[in-house]
Design a protein around this ligand. Sequence first.
Ligand SMILES: [Fe+2]
Ligand SMILES: [Fe+2]
Length: 296
Amino acid sequence: MTATFSDATVERLIRISKEKPLLPETFVPWHETIREEEQFMPESLISLQGHPLWETLSPVQQRELGRHEVVQVMYSYAWSEGLACLFFNRHLLTLSPESVEYRFLLRELIEEFRHQEMFSAVVTKLGGKPVAPGFWHRFFGKWSVKNMPADCVFMSVLAVELMTDVYGKHIRRDERVSNILRKVSELHNIEEGRHIFYTKLWLERFTANAGFIRRSWYSVTVLLNLYFMRTLYVKTEIFERIGVENPEHYARAATQNLKQKLGEHCLEDALEFVQSFNGFNWLTRPVWRWVMRVEI
Ligand SMILES: [Fe+2]
Ligand SMILES: [Fe+2]
């Protein structure tokens, strides 16, 4: 990213948000029925695909696994965006209402609330029963948005946005996936592009002159967020629902498989971002390799 944070740039982002609003109510063809031959998620994103156990599932079970996992994905987006909104509200109180930052964050809040409503509509449309995050997950999520310094929370928000953006790109490009999910992903992809652009500009103030400790801290913050997002998708309960014998065994295999796949195909943007502020060093590199299975 070579651009620098300037009022003119942010004013332009605010203008686009106002002049080209994307309303989920009209942008997504909610009235369409999802046909039996359509998928809910590209196979490449389904946790177990690529593992030998994937072949033991019937086509119906494979499709069902996609449905349950895309529900987890949408639920996780709604949940993490709800947390981000809590933080944006907290951060707004430190800003002056006529500042560009304040006005941009209001636009971002408006868009994020629309996204949450859209994700919740997808879960309903798919007849989903999301498996909620565990106690510690919820505890750390809420604690950090209420107490962590703004730069760290913005770093967390960006990490989640970069990851959701990759999923969105894969879903919107796969023509075998239902049009409803593809339009949801397209809308999100467009608006998150602006949020990511803004957040990167904002964070440059902090990363530009950060020393070793701070860079390492930011790097680990990104890593932890990616880790938390990854753990929200694969659930033993889902394997029970699709009716496999020994669901724990399947869930363990799927966790390992997803870890491998995300490391290979989905973390490019996040890694590039961490690289941009020199967040990989002798301390953080081994942790990234171990937790995310990435080659850096
Ligand atoms: Fe969003
Ligand atoms: Fe966003």
